[in-house]
Design a protein around this ligand. Sequence first.
Ligand code: COI
Length: 350
Amino acid sequence: MIETIKTTKTRIHEVNWDKLEFGKIFSDHMVVMDYKDGQWQAPVIMPYGPIPINPSISALHYGQAIFEGLKAYRMEDGGVSVFRPKKNAERLNKSAARMCMPTVPVELFMECLTQLVSLDRDWIPKGEGESLYIRPHMFATDEFIGVRPSDTYKFVIFTCPVSRYYTKELRVKIETTYTRASKGGTGAAKAAGNYGAALFPTQVAKNAGFDQVLWTDSINHEYFEESGTMNIIFRTGQVLLTPTPSDSILDGITRDTILQVARDWGFLVEERKISVREIVDLMKEGKLHAAFGVGTAATITPIRVINYDGVDYDLGAFEEGIFAPKVSAHLSALKRGQIEDIHSWNYRID
Ligand code: COI
């Protein structure tokens, strides 16, 4: 059992459960685990709150900071399940390796996560589109301003009751000036710096009336990579087109889940390089039937308008029952235990 210091004053009664916004409310507890002397020390569960740090820690200066995002759901039978958490543990470790940070043994990650979610299970909202978002993260804590990997780290998990990240269909712009990630860079890692670097181009796009950007490759801006905060999937008829994960594209777990469901349902899935030209041609011919962003926070977010070279292509209203709305309803039912979990994706922590 992980040492647990319980809060003496829960904040759960302060939450307005009818008006949950993404990422603004934090549950009562968090897990904190320190890395020093070449190993992880015993984790502690404690009340959510400030962690003392010094201004010289390397995470603040050189960006040794990584994170994950996953969700817990309230099941129909009253139990709790977390969706594919081991995939997040594995991906955290890939990000750690890329950023010269220590890996967290998967069993230890699972123990921390399980006990935290179990303790704060009353914070899991029950409504449609709602869940408990779980944010594991790690940052470098050496007080040293030379550039080298830190010898000490903190691994922390906190959780937030959330509703949808995007609440409407998106207008996105194909980005051909700025770059999210380059070949050989850190794009495949869930490194904090990737998100920081995307803020400015996203702000420019927002100022021009868009909700997000569709990133393209850093060399010629010729091929799609991902969208801000999510992977991208296009649909033409019964075929789904999506860029293959690479060293500049995050290997999304929601992406993997949706492609598996698509295959189960007999859709053809093409994971390959998807060129901007190909998608623009499909849009011109009226043959791009849908585009959607997929991610843990975003779930499945419909894209209504794609802008390229100053032209808006309107993909029309999301069609009921074709693919994305259907897969969204399917996954929502699966996570709540209302339909059979044939791939054993739900990790129950009852
Ligand atoms: C997630 O989908 O969990 C993410 O980490 C995206 C995010 C930056 C909100």
